[in-house]
Design a protein around this ligand. Structure first.
Ligand SMILES: Nc1ncnc2c1ncn2[C@@H]1O[C@H](COP(=O)(O)OP(=O)(O)OP(=O)(O)O)[C@@H](O)[C@H]1O
Ligand SMILES: [Mg+2]
Length: 359
């Protein structure tokens, strides 16, 4: 793990400052058209709702995609790392990757500087093999006010600040995962302008879930002018009971409701993926508290996880009642993320083919 800075990036602010209310729409369209093909590996994890598993899902998705690159590397194929960015100021991904409070945790200040002030983008390289992370934290909350000021003078182009940054490094990454903030509309716009594919986690079956999807659809419509390509690629379920490998009626009924919403919105019905992540609150909490993605927790529970620095096996994890984590349970949860990630990638690759005009 090491700190790395992208410090030869072109100015994003000077591009944005070239726009005003008087700029013909065609100029903004032309900029967006030039940028879009370079952002088709950017995946936003979002739904207009808090506490629904965005960070848990995004972190495990990033980990799974990075593992795939690690396997490619072992097979002698050319790998490219994954970049993970969290927009939320709670910075929970720092816990999920075990970097909170450590030497690389800058509370999001360098990300804030990079997005709002043309400063270098600082990342933590190799948080895991082939996984780079942009540290997040309290400073992410300050991005919104700065972007507000820029947009007051330069209009919607202000929301391209993150996209203009990612365009310059996206070729270095296989996938860039953006974990969204549920409440901060400006941060959401920045994320939506940069993403091509959205993955929406659904956790719980109250009406808030449907409202969350509705508010996401409205936000997507609202950024059309700066991103005509962004769309929901996958809606997936997290934290639902699995009994003998099957979903219960709670999920079956909810899925029907969401399929109806998707049909009414004229979205591809296949965005509602059938893979889902089972309910496992104790394991989810342990993952966050120990800084281990589900796959690592499963390896640790089986006594097979070695510390990358020392090579020594990590002690088998215990729950808050001091009971050893059951290896099979942890493996089942990890497998859910693997299947979920495969279903998400299938959808995204299909969409990318359509966007490239190949399907
Ligand atoms: N499979 C699961 N089963 C049950 N609970 C889970 C599961 N996965 C995650 N959780 C729990 O869901 C809660 C919310 O998760 P998370 O922080 O990932 O959501 P979020 O959408 O990123 O939240 P926020 O909007 O606050 O950033 C956490 O307490 C987490 O432990
Ligand atoms: Mg979160």
């Amino acid at each position: 793990m090491e700190k790395y800075e992208y410090n030869d990036l072109e100015s994003r602010l000077s591009t944005v400052k070239g726009f005003s209310d008087l700029t013909p729409q065609e100029e903004l369209d032309a900029l967006v058209t030039r940028m879009r093909p370079h952002l088709r590996n950017v995946i936003g994890v979002t739904i207009g709702k808090g506490g629904v598993g965005k960070t848990t899902l995004a972190a495990n998705l990033a980990y799974t995609l990075a593992e795939e690159q690690d396997r490619r590397s072992s097979a002698g194929k050319s790998p490219r790392p994954i970049l993970y960015i969290e927009l939320d100021s709670n910075g929970n991904s720092r816990n999920d990757f075990g970097i909170r409070g450590g030497e690389f945790d800058d509370n999001g200040i360098s990300f804030y500087d990079a997005v709002t002030d043309d400063r270098p983008l600082s990342i933590v390289k190799n948080v895991r093999p082939f996984l780079d992370v942009v540290p997040s934290g309290a400073s992410n909350a300050d991005i919104s006010g700065r972007v507000d000021k820029v947009s007051a003078e330069h209009g919607p182009a202000a929301f391209l600040l993150l996209a203009l940054l990612l365009v310059q490094i996206s070729h270095l990454y296989q996938w860039i995962i953006i974990d969204f903030s549920p409440s901060d509309k400006n941060n959401q716009r920045l994320g939506l302008a940069a993403s091509t594919h959205l993955v929406a986690p659904v956790k719980g079956s109250d009406d808030g879930v449907l409202e969350g999807l509705g508010s996401l659809a409205r936000l997507v419509r609202g950024v059309r002018v700066i991103n005509p390509e962004v769309s929901i690629a996958a809606i997936g379920f997290l934290g639902f009971k699995k009994v003998k490998g099957e979903p219960t009626s709670e999920l079956v009924n909810l899925r029907e409701k969401i399929e109806l919403l998707v049909a009414n919105a004229r979205l591809d019905p296949e965005v509602v993926i059938s893979a889902y992540v089972r309910e496992a609150p104790v394991l989810a909490a342990l993952c966050r508290n120990t800084g281990m993605p589900a796959k690592e927790l499963a390896l640790a529970a089986s006594g097979k996880l070695a510390d990358p620095n020392t090579g020594v096996l990590v002690p088998r994890p215990r729950d808050e009642n001091d009971r050893l984590v059951e290896p099979q349970r942890a493996t089942d949860l990890a497998d859910d993320y693997t299947h979920f990630a495969a279903a998400v990638l299938h959808q995204i690759r299909r969409r990318n083919k359509q966007l490239r005009g190949e399907a």
